[in-house]
Design a protein around this ligand. Structure first.
Ligand code: SAM
Length: 339
């Protein structure tokens, strides 16, 4: 497919990556993402009939692929809670034009599922782990889970032949004490550790600028003990700034959507578990694609909907935040739309 077949938005950004949330439920209650006080026993998650079926997800993905979408990320909630996920991945893998399928997971269920997922066509796993010390990790995940099941999940993914990256969200006062222990733990290993600046997604995580540990601070802290140097981007639109250890101990990444935003190269569109499309992680409203899908819209009609949505896209939330524009709004939750 040549570049001209991509749909471009108003800022000339192509639509290349589709993030598919397959479920809004999670087995963790991370304090900064799905705090137990809000997502408690009485919280009403989406009923099964509201979730897009695998047939519906595949049909939409085929349409996206026609417009140059090459990369798929499966997310949630916790995507491995969706039954028979390997069957979905197998079908997505078979779509013409799809070059890369990844999943974002907390890793707990990987020991059981990694092999099946790899066989189905999964390429990569981004595994979320916010601390290496049990006490800190138990506190964050809100379920008292130790790191061991997650570390076992990493092992299982590697044994299955999946590429693994670890994502650690850093929130000041919560887990910034873990920056160095995490860097030490994963240095000289086959996995790349990526630090993510705590973002103002959702409405319940108590975000303010004082809770953000900046990319510069993260790099300085690590480099003070284990010297680092910057490395070139792998490809256009890569979200992580890369650094390598001077002693050859591998590399780390830092995703700095707060202190060094990258809206200008954002090529991502997100599909929620209940069939809404979002052109920005910080959006307030989605674009309902499930209704036309369930009312038997033709491919042609769905394509027109998609062109209308993407070609009118102007989102640049993080850049606007950095420019100091007032941005108070009711946003979607990260657990609903995924990472
Ligand atoms: N359950 C899966 C997992 O744990 O990876 C997928 C969904 S989770 C919402 C996806 C990612 O979003 C996780 O890495 C999580 O740490 C990250 N996340 C949630 N809230 C965030 C925030 N406010 N800022 C930055 N990352 C956040």
């Amino acid at each position: 497919m040549t570049d001209t077949q991509y749909i471009r938005d108003r800022l000339n950004r192509p639509m290349k990556d589709l993030r598919i949330s397959v479920i809004d439920q999670c087995n963790f209650r991370c304090t900064y993402c799905m705090p137990a006080e809000i997502f408690g026993e009485d919280y009403r998650f989406l009923p099964f009939k509201e979730l897009l079926s695998f047939d519906e997800i595949v049909r939409l993905t085929e349409i996206f692929a026609k417009f140059g979408t090459e990369k798929i990320r499966i997310t949630g909630g916790e995507p491995l809670l969706r039954k028979n996920l390997n069957q979905l991945i197998k079908r997505l893998y078979a779509i013409d034009g799809i070059k890369d399928i990844a999943i974002t997971t907390n890793g707990v269920f990987l020991t059981k599922q990694a092999k099946k997922l790899k066989e189905a066509g999964l390429d990569r796993v981004n595994l979320s782990l916010d601390a290496i010390e049990d006490d800190v990790f138990k506190e964050i995940n809100g379920r008292g889970v130790k790191t061991k099941p997650v570390l076992k999940g990493i092992e299982a993914a590697q044994e299955a032949g999946l590429q693994v990256k670890i994502n650690m969200v850093v929130k000041k006062g919560l887990n910034d004490s873990q920056i160095l222990p995490m860097a030490r733990y994963f240095k000289d290993s086959d996995v790349i550790l990526r630090f993510i600046e705590f973002m103002d997604v959702g409405n319940h995580n108590g975000w303010n600028m004082d809770t953000v540990v900046s990319k510069q601070e993260i790099v300085d802290r690590i480099s003070g003990e284990m010297p680092l140097e910057p490395v070139e981007q792998n490809y256009y639109g890569e979200v992580a700034s890369r650094y390598r250890y001077l002693d050859g101990g591998g590399e780390i990444g830092v995703i700095s959507s707060v202190t060094d935003s990258f809206c200008g190269s954002c090529t991502r569109i997100r599909l929620s578990a209940d069939g809404k499309l979002y052109t920005c992680l910080f959006a307030t409203e989605g674009y309902d694609i499930k209704t036309p899908l369930r009312e038997n819209a033709s491919d042609h009609q769905l394509i027109l909907e998609l062109i209308k949505l993407w070609s009118g896209r102007t989102d640049r939330y993080s850049d606007e935040r950095a420019e100091g524009k007032p941005l108070k709004r009711e946003k979607i939750e990260m657990s609903y739309i995924g990472g």
